[in-house]
Design a protein around this ligand. Structure first.
Ligand SMILES: [Zn+2]
Length: 84
């Protein structure tokens, strides 16, 4: 098993709580995280027909860490390429 950490920084797109309130910020974050996970999870390994499996999703400050496991290095490379 290969694992990969995606660190997604949302600090640059942060909405000021004074202006919009915390709810919108949470909504924005959730949408971004949904977009990332659905992009990665829709991938399929050409050799093994496996999709990346989400192992862990952990917030750390303004960042979110996604840990995926992959059947092989090839799928991991596909996932990395999909996020560029
Ligand atoms: Zn594979």
């Amino acid at each position: 098993m290969f694992s990969l950490n995606f660190e997604y920084r949302v600090g640059g797109k942060r909405v000021s709580p004074d202006q919009f309130g915390g709810a919108l910020e949470d909504e924005l974050k959730r949408k971004m995280f949904d977009a990332i996970t659905s992009r990665v999870e829709s991938l399929q390994c050409p050799d093994h027909r496996e999709s990346p499996r989400l192992k862990e999703q952990a917030p750390s400050g303004d960042n979110m860490n996604f840990t995926y496991s992959f059947c092989c290095e090839k799928l991991k490379e596909l996932a990395e390429a999909a996020l560029k």
